[in-house]
Design a protein around this ligand. Structure first.
Ligand SMILES: Cc1ccc(Cc2cc(O)c(O)c(C(=O)NC/C=C/[C@H]3O[C@@H](n4cnc5c(N)ncnc54)[C@H](O)[C@@H]3O)c2)cc1
Ligand SMILES: [Mg+2]
Length: 214
């Protein structure tokens, strides 16, 4: 029977990456996407920008919206300090199942909590279910029309503190116009655009980094 792209991506990780070595997992997925099949991971070029932001913020608490197959989850978690926690939300059960295996292969299961469900349902439960006060870093990479409503929801739920960082993928391609307009014009954020390319292509894309001012 026909396999899915996430299943083929996982097979590439299990074949080419070393168990317990997150960077080899990241490398194996990038190689798969460059040589075999394109997939919507943040990728190696934007991934370097992501790495530099994670390293700079050195977050104790991270929220990722849209796990997909776990590429950015592993990339972020591999740079976190010892007691840091990363919560990642994924509502497609098939993608979640693949991501769990990618995360396990990387040996990062103790740093990452993958929650199967929709961001709109789970953001309001972060405090009660996971004892999270606020997030130091949020990586937005799910459906592009959810970036703005989920950002407003995080504000309303008190999950952002003065200095919390939002990092949004795909603000040019596919594009998140309503989110960009809001975040760049709101007096409550200071934003910066990091120009790059859509993963594994020459098309323009970039990451928008925004600091919540409280
Ligand atoms: C024009 C054009 C089209 C497509 C591209 C290519 C391109 C390049 C990219 O980097 C992209 O991130 C995307 C993109 O569409 N990403 C959406 C990613 C979704 C994943 O997240 C999951 N999810 C979606 N909403 C939620 C939600 N509320 N709660 C929980 N999980 C959610 C889904 O289950 C998927 O696992 C597309 C480039 C340009
Ligand atoms: Mg993306």
């Amino acid at each position: 029977t026909q396999t899915t792209r996430p299943q083929r991506m996982l097979a590439a990780v299990q074949k080419n990456a070393t168990r317990g070595d997150p960077r080899s997992v990241v490398k194996a997925i990038d190689q798969f996407c460059r040589q075999k099949e394109w997939a919507m991971n943040v990728g190696d070029e934007k991934g370097c920008i992501l790495d530099s932001v994670v390293t700079e913020v050195n977050p104790a608490t991270v929220l990722e919206l849209g796990t997909y197959c776990g590429y950015s989850t592993v990339r972020i978690a591999s740079l976190l300090p010892p007691d840091a926690k990363l919560i990642t939300l994924e509502f497609n059960p098939h993608n979640a199942a693949i991501a769990r295996q990618v995360i396990a292969w990387a040996g990062l299961g103790d740093k990452i909590q993958l929650v199967e469900g929709a961001s709109g349902d789970w953001i309001p439960k972060m405090k009660e279910k996971f004892g999270i006060e606020t997030f130091d870093l949020v990586f937005l990479d799910h459906w592009k029309d959810r970036y703005l409503p989920d950002t407003k929801l995080m504000e309303e739920c008190g999950l952002l503190r003065k200095g919390s960082i939002l990092l949004a993928d795909n603000v040019i391609s596919p594009g998140t116009p309503d989110y960009l307009e809001y975040i760049r014009n709101s007096p409550r954020y200071k934003s910066q655009y990091f120009r790059s390319h859509l993963e594994y292509t020459k098309a323009e894309d970039g990451l928008e980094k925004s600091v919540f001012l409280g």
